[in-house]
Design a binder for this molecule. Structure first.
Ligand code: ADP
Ligand code: MG
Length: 482
């Protein structure tokens, strides 16, 4: 695993940092940035680091919009500046020493004459070219405006011309969509912000409004969705990300598909399941997790991603009774080719209740990507347990309870969890009644195999997916035979 550590850390730069999440005056990243924003006439400047995947964005419209410039040398952002529209750019300092002036001035005059001659010769051709370009530009703008004006979200997101390298719309279209949304009702409050139902051209969308305390989660999620092709039935569909200034504070929005059933946590409170529904939920979550975990090669590829905060509140239930995985604010990415582990720069940690023993004992191999996949599997086992308890067998079903409800208080501390999970090595009690149902008996076995203390002994997402698929086919068969 030594090369991985070298690749992950060795390539990092030291940058000046004054954004709120920087504990020191420097940070380490793949690229340094300086960024400016104007709020009610007041200009604020911040400096910091970006991780690898923003390198492309440093040059793109995303960064232009934020008034951001990047550079890639150690501490290069300490003196670098960026100028917002309308801001006065200071005149460059006189750079030439006086002695060089007698040589440089005649040379410049000669160069000017040559340039004038060339300019004259090219004038006609240039004029023709610029006329052609302006016609094309008008057509392009008209196309963009009409796209946003008349289309449904589905049209916009599926259009080959509008989708970029990530899973979303081009940045300008994202911003236009975001600013045309009317917020309708607050549907949830999370640890770090609120989720609203909004309406865009008559369609419901979900708007997650991040508190400024959690700007790094917004940043990370925006980064992942904009650089990785992440369209999958079982991953929450991304529409747009937007940053605006309102009442002298920065508002960070993440706009996604809206699912009226809300989170799996909400859904399980009020819904008892039968074994087919239970299997459908469990299978769809593992399909989403396999898609995250797998690295896909080629132009339509994606890096491997570990979620790091999988829990029933971060899973949404769709109207077809399948689930999709949400909240990529803590995710880490890995590409085998470059052996690069992209941890992001989020100081947030996962949810304590769902933390695997190696996270709680702080023995996790933080430089090894596989370790993070194993913590997702631990959490998946807990989610499976939550679903299975709400599944009726012979008319018996339990009330919804969160994992370890009988072992720790309602907002458990790290220490509470460590005692239960590492010291006492407890795992949730699997109800006996599950063993009298063919589907639930398999699910009970799967969850137990997600809860080995040793991460390497746990099942992989792909193995679980295959097991559940077989189980689904076995259930289908008798129906077909009838
Ligand atoms: P948490 O911090 O608990 O993970 P979130 O901020 O992610 O919470 O979401 C809070 C709540 O908002 C969720 O539990 C869910 O009820 C609701 N919610 C989040 N995203 C959506 C969505 N896309 N569609 C519908 N409801 C959502
Ligand atoms: Mg969440």
């Amino acid at each position: 695993m030594r090369p991985l550590r070298r690749a992950a850390r060795g390539a990092e730069l030291l940058c000046a940092c004054d954004v709120p999440h920087c504990t020191a005056s420097t940070c380490a990243g793949k690229v340094c940035f300086v960024s400016k924003s104007r709020e009610q006439g007041h200009v604020t400047r911040s400096r910091g680091c970006f991780s690898r995947h923003l390198l492309e964005n440093c040059r793109g419209p995303v960064m232009e919009h934020f008034g951001t410039r990047c550079c890639n040398a150690s501490m290069c952002n300490a003196r670098l500046d960026v100028y917002l529209q309308g801001e006065e750019v200071p005149a460059a300092e006189p750079a030439l020493p006086r002695l060089l002036l007698p040589i440089v001035v005649p040379l410049l005059a000669l160069a000017l004459l040559a340039a004038l001659a060339a300019l004259f010769a090219c004038k006609l051709a240039q004029h023709r070219r610029s006329a052609a370009r302006s016609r094309a530009g008008d057509a392009d703008l008209a196309l963009k405006a009409s796209l946003v004006g008349d289309s449904t979200l589905e049209d916009l997101l599926n259009d080959d011309c509008t989708t970029g390298s990530g899973s979303g719309l081009p940045f300008l279209v994202q911003r236009t969509v975001a600013r045309q949304i009317a917020l309708v009702e607050c549907v949830g409050k999370g640890r770090y912000g609120e989720v609203w139902r909004g309406v865009w051209h008559g369609e419901s969308v979900a708007v997650k409004i991040f508190s400024s305390r959690d700007e790094q989660s917004w940043f990370r999620e925006t980064e992942i969705y904009n650089t990785v092709l992440l369209r999958h039935d079982n991953i929450l569909g991304f529409i747009a990300s937007d940053m605006t200034s309102r009442n002298s504070s920065t508002q960070l929005w993440l706009i996604t598909h809206y699912h009226e059933h809300g989170s799996l946590y909400d859904y399980l409170q009020r819904t008892a399941l039968d074994s087919a529904a239970c299997l459908a939920l469990a299978s769809s979550i593992i399909c989403g997790l396999v898609h995250l975990h797998v690295e896909i090669f080629g132009t339509q590829g994606k890096p491997a991603i570990a979620h790091r905060d999988l829990k029933s509140r971060n899973i949404l239930v769709k109207s077809n009774q399948q689930c999709c995985i949400a909240d990529l604010g803590l995710a880490v990415m890995h590409s085998q080719g470059s052996d690069y582990l992209d941890m992001g720069h989020n100081p947030r940690v996962g949810t304590k209740r769902y933390m695997a023993p190696e996270v709680l004992s702080e023995q996790i191999r933080t430089d090894c990507f596989e370790s993070y996949k194993k913590t997702d599997i631990w959490a998946y086992g807990l989610v499976l347990w939550e679903i299975a308890r709400r599944t009726a067998v012979n008319g018996i079903v339990e009330e919804y309870r969160p994992p370890f409800f009988d072992a720790v208080p309602s907002d458990p501390s790290f220490e509470d969890m460590r005692k239960v999970v590492c010291v006492d090595q407890q795992t949730p009690v699997v109800p006996n009644r599950l063993y009298s149902n063919a589907v639930l008996a398999v699910l009970a076995r799967v969850m137990k195999e997600c809860w080995y203390q040793s991460p390497s002994a746990r099942l992989t997402a792909l193995r679980i997916k295959k097991t559940l698929k077989k189980l689904g086919q076995a259930l289908e068969k008798p129906k077909q035979d009838e």
